[in-house]
Design a protein around this ligand. Structure first.
Ligand SMILES: Nc1nc2c(ncn2[C@@H]2O[C@H](COP(=O)(O)OP(=O)(O)O)[C@@H](O)[C@H]2O)c(=O)[nH]1
Ligand SMILES: [Mg+2]
Length: 233
C-alpha cells in the first residue's frame, strides 16, 4: 500500500470511529415557519400557546412582523433530531401586506389561519396562498388551521363548509382545528407540520444511520452515495 493510500484509509477509519462516538448527539437544524391570515384570526395566540403555553384574551395587535424561537426534539428512525423552529408572526392588517412576499422567503412551512367565528376571514386565503407559493421554497409545507373552536356558539364556518372551501387545494389533505384558549390541537398542529418538514428536507444514510440534508448526493458524515431511498421518519 503506498503512503497516500494508507493515509487515506487511516483517515476513513478515523472518521468512522469519530462518527460512532458522535452517535446519539442530537443535531440542531433550523427551519423558518410563517403564520399567515387576516387580522385577529389568532396568529399571535397560536404562537404564544405553542411557544410559551399561555393565552391572553387581550393579546396586543402585532406590528409589522414579530418573531419567536422554539426548540423541539422529534424521534427519527435511528436518532433524535433537535429542530430550532423560527416562527414568524405577521400582522394581518392590510397596511402591512406589501411586506408579506419578503416575509415568505426561505420558509419551510406556512400555517394559514382562518377564524371559525368570522366567515370573512376565508376571503383572503387564496391571496395568502398565492403569495406563499410564489415566494417560499417549492417544497414548502402548507397547513390550514381553523381557529377558536372553543367558541362553539359563535361558529360561522362549520367543518363541512371548510372542507368544501379548501377542496380546491390538492395539498390540503387535512384542516386542523385549534383553540389557543384551551390549547386543543395546538401542539399536534406543529408536530404534524414539523414531521412534514423533516420528510421534505432530510434523509437517513443507509450506511451510517445519520440524518442529513436531502439535497446532498453523498452522506455528509460517512461519504456514502445516496440512492434516494428515504427511511420513514
Ligand atoms: N376564544 C378564543 N379567542 C381567541 C383564540 N385565539 C385568539 N383569540 C382571541 O382573538 C383575538 C385576536 O387574537 P390574536 O392572536 O391577536 O390574532 P392575530 O391578529 O391573528 O395575531 C385576541 O383577543 C385573542 O385573545 C382562541 O382560540 N379562542
Ligand atoms: Mg398578531
Amino acid at each position: 500500500m503506498n503512503k497516500n493510500l494508507r493515509q487515506k484509509s487511516f483517515n476513513n477509519i478515523f472518521l468512522l470511529i469519530l462518527h460512532r462516538f458522535k452517535k446519539g448527539v442530537v443535531k440542531l437544524l433550523k427551519y423558518k415557519i410563517i403564520i399567515a391570515g387576516a387580522k385577529d384570526v389568532g396568529k399571535s395566540s397560536l404562537i404564544a400557546r405553542f411557544c410559551d403555553n399561555v393565552f391572553k384574551e387581550d393579546m396586543k395587535a402585532t406590528i409589522g412582523v414579530d418573531f419567536k424561537r422554539k426548540n423541539i426534539t422529534i424521534q427519527g428512525a435511528h436518532s433524535d433530531i433537535s429542530l430550532e423552529l423560527n416562527i414568524w408572526d405577521f400582522a394581518g392588517e392590510e397596511k402591512y401586506r406589501t411586506l408579506f412576499p419578503a416575509y415568505a422567503h426561505g420558509a419551510s412551512a406556512a400555517f394559514i389561519l382562518f377564524d371559525t367565528t368570522r366567515r370573512e376571514t376565508l376571503k383572503d386565503i387564496d391571496n395568502w396562498v398565492e403569495i406563499i407559493d410564489k415566494n417560499a421554497y417549492s417544497n414548502i409545507v402548507k397547513q390550514i388551521i381553523a381557529t377558536k373552536i372553543d367558541l362553539k356558539g359563535k361558529r360561522e364556518v362549520s367543518k363541512k363548509d371548510a372542507e368544501i372551501f379548501f377542496k380546491k387545494y390538492d395539498w390540503c389533505t387535512e384542516i386542523t382545528s385549534t383553540s389557543s384558549k384551551t390549547g386543543e390541537n395546538v401542539e399536534n398542529a406543529f408536530i404534524r407540520v414539523v414531521k412534514e418538514i423533516v420528510k421534505n428536507n432530510l434523509q437517513t444514510c443507509k450506511s451510517c444511520d445519520e440524518i442529513f440534508n436531502k439535497k446532498l448526493k453523498n452522506c455528509q458524515y460517512c461519504g456514502e452515495k445516496v440512492d434516494i431511498e428515504l427511511s420513514p421518519l
